[in-house]
Design a binder for this molecule. Structure first.
Ligand code: USQ
Length: 382
């Protein structure tokens, strides 16, 4: 397959590109380095510095013999998006090219507007590029479990049948996002659904929970192929943050009561899910939605697991609740259905002590690079 990966420099984009290339697909990655610029501007650099995208591709080719074509392009500019799609004529487009940080989107007007404009513009341009220049292409869009929020009923995979006054119909599952970033993903889904209905596009929307991990088959071939591993309050997801805090000797920052429950998955499973979706395409005129997670945990459970794994390495990990900088429920029902990707063949990598221990060892090798000022939350929702 010819696969175009939008946002190919990101925490998920780069390892996805390597995974598809290693599997024998023809890969082009595009990125405008927005995350790198925001990380620099907010003093949120990743634990291990990443070479440029072209350098990463050259290292990957030297190690594996497989090529990844790189384009530095601003995908919020329609002409740049259309040029890429006309040049490559992809069978599949994996769309990660969004500002991915909830805290950044809540920092102020400028950051909210930047998130809103980038995320919606890239999705809109991607839709039009496919509609006009590659109508058979399958769009795989990274959505988020945060689109649904935390409703007091089971979360279905994207769609829900509703019976009202004796009549039934199927609708997109109700959404109630908890940050402006998550809200842009809700709007993306609505845009995609409109163009699927009216123009018969084929789309898979992956509602993904928070990802953790640093190791993939290809990333482990050379330390310079490492994914961008963030532990700061802007780009760091909670498990990655807790593991760095355990190594830095900072008490794990549980926000508020710690009963917040989310659906988590290992980075290796993100790669599996995206490839399974690509190799089993949605049909023309179908908006297929999967919930992309493998296990659910409360924040308190995550902290306890990291504490246990850290103590096994002699780290003496403490846990300390701090005032919650976000507006979110700290105690709630949470039961998302997540059978669709398993039905396609997903083999989960669960969060075991061994997985957490291996991550801690990798962080220990880089402990001198940890900057303590990046750990405490710097953005409040209100
Ligand atoms: N949390 C803590 N302490 C911390 C950091 C986070 O208690 O130090 C809590 C948060 O309050 C939240 C939960 O942990 O309840 C998850 O937070 P997160 O920062 O790992 O995840 P989130 O901000 O929701 O965003 C991340 C990714 C985003 C993706 C999303 C999936 O950055 O791109 O869409 O996970 S989901 O959360 O399912 O919407």
């Amino acid at each position: 397959m010819r696969v175009l990966i939008l946002g190919g420099d990101g925490y998920l984009g780069w390892p996805t590109a390597m995974d598809f290339a290693a599997a024998g697909h023809e890969i082009m990655v595009a990125d405008n380095y927005m995350r790198r610029h925001i990380a620099e501007a907010t003093d949120s650099d990743a634990l291990i510095g990443a070479p440029s995208l072209s350098e990463r591709a050259a290292i990957f080719e030297a190690v594996t013999g497989k090529a990844i074509t790189v384009r530095i392009a601003d995908l919020s500019n329609p002409e740049e998006m259309f040029d890429l799609v006309r040049e490559m004529r992809p069978d599949t487009i994996v769309h990660y090219a969004e500002q991915p940080s909830a805290p950044y989107s809540m920092r102020g007007f400028r950051e909210a507007r930047e998130t809103f404009q980038n995320n919606l513009d890239v999705t809109f341009n991607c839709i039009w590029a496919v509609k006009d220049h590659a109508p058979e292409a399958h769009i795989i869009k990274l959505g988020t479990m945060g689109e649904y929020g935390t409703p007091n009923i089971d979360i279905e995979e994207g769609w829900i049948e509703i019976e009202h006054k004796g009549r039934k119909d199927t609708f997109l599952y109700p959404r109630a996002a908890g940050s402006l970033y998550h809200t842009t993903k809700v709007l993306d889904t609505d845009l995609l659904w409109f163009y699927v209905r009216t123009h018969g596009l084929r789309v898979t929307d992956l509602m993904q929970g928070p990802v953790y991990g640093i190791s993939t088959d290809e990333a482990d071939l050379d330390p310079r192929l490492c994914p961008n591993f963030h532990y700061d309050d802007i780009f760091g997801t909670v498990v990655n943050r807790f593991l760095v805090q355990a190594v830095a000797g900072v008490p794990l920052t549980v926000y508020g009561g710690g009963g917040q429950t989310r659906g988590y998955l290992n980075l290796r499973d993100t790669l599996q899910c995206v490839r399974l979706a690509a190799e089993n395409s949605a049909k023309p005129g179908e908006l297929r939605i999967f919930n992309q997670l493998t296990e659910t945990f409360t924040v308190n459970e995550l902290a306890e697991r990291v504490q246990q794994a850290g103590n096994q390495l002699g780290l003496n990990v403490e846990i300390k609740s701090i005032a919650n900088p976000r507006k979110e429920k700290e105690e709630h029902y949470y039961n998302p259905v997540h059978s669709g990707l398993k039905d396609l063949g997903l083999q989960p990598h669960y969060m075991t002590d061994a997985v957490l221990g291996a991550m801690l060892e990798r962080i220990l090798e880089n402990r001198d690079r940890i900057v303590a000022d990046r750990i405490m939350p710097r953005v409040r929702w209100s």
